[in-house]
Write a protein that binds this ligand. Structure first.
Ligand code: 3PZ
Ligand code: ZN
Length: 318
């Protein structure tokens, strides 16, 4: 597709990715203990560390976070059960256990669990496996039993990083995902729920890890996902919803997993994401002009990396 203004030949001046500013933004996140926001987000601290660390790796600056302090923080959030809480003293939950495994895997420190964790790798795998429901095949977030395909995907992601997928019933999990499939080719949070890009990512990612992408109707799902792109180049999560940078990842990675990424306009998507970055202080927001945060920064960068934006480290769509 043309780069706009074809008639006058005027190419809008390209917005640059301010790599160094994004690195600084991530590095200062942990130092803002004087701000109320820092404490209000303690309940997702371990997720935040994963998002920040991944953003730095995508930017080609893995050394920008102190490796040993990061490992120590992760280990300090572990319980004897093998599970991890969002921060020291918080209850263990699937979401933070997955982030802990992803962080330790990213910095090649999974064996630290066996050396000085409150529980070794085997016990972490068992904590995750014990959250699978025997009758439905889906996964709960913790002992209180709430299920969500986010937990199913996270379980398969973390267990594959631990090489422990044999601990769970994969066929039963696949059957659960199939029960969440809708006639539009998408997937919802539970059987009968409407298709949503975030849930589609979790279901397609889980099927990919299970080696069962043959169950996906690629053209029908690819059609639904490509319709998420709006005139401004951004992607939305559902029909009639507004564009949001984090959907750059949920939609684009799902398209990449089913080999339909070329069904969206990647130039327009990258321009949209660049319009959402704060070029003074660094960071990326959900929409142009909004407050930046670490979540939209990592998923904006991951989306750019996926569509081949120059200068970013490659990312695995799964
Ligand atoms: C600022 O209010 C919030 C609201 C919710 C949450 S959350 O439940 O922890 N979570 C993660 C999240 C983190 C940040 C950051 N930093 C910002 C938002 C955001 N959302 C909310 C959001 C993003 N796009 C639009 N919306 C409304 C997703 C949500 C759920 C989610 C978690 C993990 C993976 C995927 C999705 C955190 C902050
Ligand atoms: Zn968002």
């Amino acid at each position: 597709p043309g780069r706009g203004g074809a008639s006058t030949g005027h190419v809008p001046d390209e917005i640059k990715l301010v790599v160094e500013k994004h690195v600084e933004y991530i590095q200062t996140l942990d130092t803002r203990q004087d701000e109320l926001e820092y404490w209000l987000t303690e309940h997702l601290r371990l997720n935040g560390v994963y998002w920040g660390l991944t953003a730095l790796h995508l930017l080609g600056h893995p050394e920008a976070l102190p490796r040993l302090a990061t490992i120590d923080f992760v280990l300090s959030s572990q319980h004897e059960s093998g599970g991890f809480g969002a921060a020291p003293g918080h209850d263990a939950h699937m979401l933070y256990t997955v982030s802990a495994v992803q962080i330790l895997g990213t910095v090649d420190a999974l064996e630290e669990l066996d050396r000085r964790g409150k529980a070794g790798r085997e016990k972490v795998g068992q904590y995750i496996a014990d959250l699978q429901s025997q009758e439905t095949g889906s996964f709960a977030g913790d002992e209180w039993g709430e299920t969500d395909t986010r937990f199913l995907y996270g379980a398969l992601n973390a267990l594959s990083l631990l090489h422990m997928l044999h601990l769970v019933d994969i066929p039963k999990a696949v059957t659960y995902i199939q029960n969440c499939a809708n006639f539009d080719g998408g997937y919802g949070v539970s059987p009968g729920a409407e298709s949503h890009a975030g849930q589609i990512f979790t279901c397609v990612g889980a099927l990919a890890i299970a080696g069962r992408l043959d169950l996906v109707d690629r053209d029908r799902l690819g059609g639904w996902l490509s319709e998420r792109q709006l005139p401004n180049g951004g992607l939305s999560g559902r029909p009639e919803k507004l564009e949001d940078v984090c959907y750059s990842w949920w939609v684009a990675s799902s398209l990449a997993m089913i080999d339909r990424l070329h069904w969206i306009d990647r130039d327009k998507l990258s321009q949209f994401i660049l319009q959402c970055q704060d070029s003074e202080k660094g960071g990326i927001a959900d929409r142009p002009g909004d407050m930046v945060d670490v979540f939209h920064t990592v998923f904006g960068l991951a989306g750019l990396s996926l569509i081949g934006f120059p200068g970013l480290v490659a990312v695995d769509p799964i």
